[in-house]
Design a protein around this ligand. Structure first.
Ligand code: HEM
Length: 505
């Protein structure tokens, strides 16, 4: 019995040793894992922050994420929910509401700003903060385009294009083109037997309306070719700048060249018409751009005009289609706002003389409530950030922004800040009646400073005309009102905005 007992003890002892060994391995593995995790999490910090040496002030709070990836995975996770501001909420919960954070996203060490005065300061200081958009944007927008020219040349170009793009005379002239197309699209949607995907329909409509305003009538076959090329071109803007056949960026560059060729051919046609005095007249943006001249009597050359038209088409496309989408969605989803906005439109139309056909600028200026609807939509349609790059070391609010780092002015987070906008998730156009003194920098849907969107009046015009005709003559019902969102340049419903459109008059 003694032998059996000894044998048993030996076995127990052996088992214990085996278990101990196993625990040691687990502990080493866990320790190793924690060390590798800690090490990898520190690599970016050492590489980007460590090599700066001593800075005048500390860097803002935040973390630099993983090697190569930075914090892109966390950002993507937030974008999948359709709300990029989740990323800011996460920073606030970890580091407090400083309104300035360091991070590493879009392949670069970056500083995020989300406080009105800070964002405004950066956007209005072109001497210190240059543009910081990804390389693909610079390459695809062309050397002479607005995106790539700086300070003095940028100022010259902006001065030249302001009136053809946004001037009162030009705006008044564009109303008829926009109106004609808007009515055509709304009627087409209402005549469909099945529900329509509003996201896709509005992309088509916005592209057609802007091409028409910019270039005038172009053949249907050319238009269709332009539409496809434009899609390829836009895909390249956010793709890595790899110019090898098969890559998105390469395809986008090819699309850009073809698009420029089409725009140049329209230009030539226009110039030939002007020479032969054809009565086609100065009707479209391209005509105004051909005519515009600076103080020395110098005109824009063809390359400039073509680049400018393509950049403007591209810059305006998302904002316009997403703006019109959310304008329609919010109105359809808020019956009281819908009623109040419709009453305003009916009243304006009722005062119209019987000889007048369609909208005029004076009427649009009387649409005070609808203007608030548009502002409220712009506030809530969160775009990501405006990209800048620090040209020198800058100290801001007791922190250093290092030279060469990207600076992201995250205006969308300011637009949804509950300390600035009460109940920011409520669509409430009347909030603008009470906000008598707007805090500088608290509302910047079109940016600020020298890069302020030069198409802002045109954009508001298109959205206003869409909403005007919608309110007076149509009804829209969402098939999946609770559809979750995802993010692609703006928050979009996962069901692609499936709606049933009906004509009410
Ligand atoms: C709701 C619609 C729109 C929104 C929300 C919007 C927003 C913006 C913003 C925020 C900027 C500033 C970018 C920056 O500072 O980095 C900008 C620039 C620009 N936008 Fe718009 N935009 C809209 C429509 C349009 C339209 C219709 C056009 C064309 C006529 C246009 C043409 C441009 C151009 C050319 C720039 C570059 C300006 C420069 O670099 O000087 N945008 N837009």
């Amino acid at each position: 019995q003694g032998r059996i007992r000894a044998e048993w003890d030996r076995k127990v002892q052996k088992k214990k040793m085996e278990l101990n060994f196993l625990w040691q391995i687990v502990a080493v593995l866990l320790g190793g894992y924690a060390f590798v995790f800690w090490f990898l999490k520190k690599v970016n910090e050492w590489y980007y922050v460590g090599r700066l040496g001593k800075t005048e002030f500390p860097l803002p709070p935040g973390d630099m994420g993983w090697p190569f990836l930075g914090n892109m995975l966390s950002l993507f996770k937030c974008l999948r929910t359709g709300d990029p501001n989740h990323y800011i909420h996460h920073l606030i919960s970890r580091y407090g509401k400083t309104g300035i954070y360091k991070t590493h996203i879009f392949g670069r060490p970056s500083i995020i700003l989300c406080r009105p005065e800070l964002n405004r300061r950066v956007l209005t200081n072109e001497e210190t903060f240059g543009l910081g958009y990804p390389k693909s944007v610079f390459l695809l927008t062309g050397e002479k385009s607005l995106h790539n020219v700086m300070v003095a040349e940028h100022r010259r170009l902006r001065k030249l294009i302001t009136s053809p793009l946004n001037g009162q005379e030009a705006i008044a002239m564009y109303i008829k083109h926009i109106e004609k197309n808007v009515i055509q699209f709304l009627d087409e949607w209402a005549s469909m037997k099945k529900p329509i995907e509003l996201v896709e329909e509005l992309k088509k409509a916005t592209f057609k309306i802007t091409t028409f305003v910019f270039l005038g009538y172009i053949k249907e076959s050319t238009f269709r070719a332009t539409d496809t090329l434009f899609t390829d071109y836009r895909r390249g803007l956010m793709a890595p700048a790899i110019n090898i056949p098969g890559f998105t960026f390469h395809k986008a560059l090819k699309a850009r060249n073809k698009l420029l060729k089409i725009i140049r051919s329209v230009l030539e046609e226009k110039k030939a018409m002007a020479k032969s005095n054809e009565p086609e007249g100065k009707k479209y943006m391209i005509d105004l751009l051909i005519d515009v001249e600076d103080e020395d009597g110098k005109h824009l050359d063809d390359e400039h005009i073509a680049d400018l038209i393509l950049t403007s088409l591209s810059a305006g496309f998302d904002g316009l289609s997403m703006g019109s989408l959310w304008g329609l969605m919010h109105l359809a989803g808020n019956p009281q706002v819908f009623k109040k906005a419709t009453e305003e439109q009916e009243e304006i139309v009722s005062r119209r003389p019987s000889t007048q056909k369609g909208l005029i600028l004076a009427e649009i200026k009387q649409m005070h409530y609808l203007a608030k609807v548009v502002d409220e939509m712009l506030r809530m349609t969160n775009t990501l950030a405006l990209f800048r790059k620090a040209k020198i070391d800058v100290s801001i609010n007791g922190y250093t922004i290092p030279k060469g780092w990207n600076v992201l002015a995250w205006n969308g987070a300011i637009h949804m800040d509950p300390t600035i906008y009460e109940n920011p998730k409520n669509f409430d156009p009347s909030r603008w009646e009470n906000m008598s003194v707007k805090q500088p920098g608290a509302f910047m849907p079109f940016g600020a400073g020298t890069r302020l969107c030069p198409g802002n009046e045109l954009a508001k015009l298109v959205m206003t005309i869409f909403l005007h005709y919608f309110l007076l003559n149509y009804k829209m019902e969402r098939i999946n009102p609770e559809s979750p969102l995802y993010y692609e340049q703006a928050p979009l419903p996962l069901d692609n905005g499936l709606v049933r459109f009906t004509k009410t008059t």
